[in-house]
Design a protein. Sequence first.
Length: 201
Amino acid sequence: MSHLTRFYLIRHGHTAAIDHSLAGRAEGTSLTDEGQRQVARMVVAMHGVPLTAVVASPLERTRQTAEPLARDHGLDVTVAPQFNEIDFGSWTGSAFVDVDADPRWRRYNAVRSLTPAPGGELLIEVQLRALRALLDLRDRHDGGHVAVVSHGDVIRGVLMYLLGMPIDFVPRLDIAPARISIVELSADVPRVVLVNGASVP
């Protein structure tokens, strides 16, 4: 019999790329001092949660966010490529001021369901791989509490599916650095408990 598994979907802390460039999967994007302070506050907020696993995308910024949380709970970080950032293809590392003039960038943001980054992924593909990974984690940690440290649009994709929102509405969900969203999965109807929270109910 399947029990309720609770997932804490956490965006990585602040980096210098946020609001400036599409870091994507580029190497060397680490947390800023502010990002580290955000993570410290998140760890305090999560201290009383009986975590059974901490999972992170492979990128440096997510692992830097996940490691203090795992350490606080006496756990190791499990790296899961399925929660990796969107592949932005040839836009990876580009400044927003440079892509703003590209009509493909405007189309990408207007019709995200049908428009991938040049040489990159569709958001719906990201949504699918992340949801499959959550279902696998649900089965492996049946009845547990699992923290998943990932990226803004990956978390938005998961939440939009569970909330029944069209994927083109992605700009409507605010997922800030080091904030916590909570979803519950069982064999029955999934439940969204919290979106973009600073504390845990």
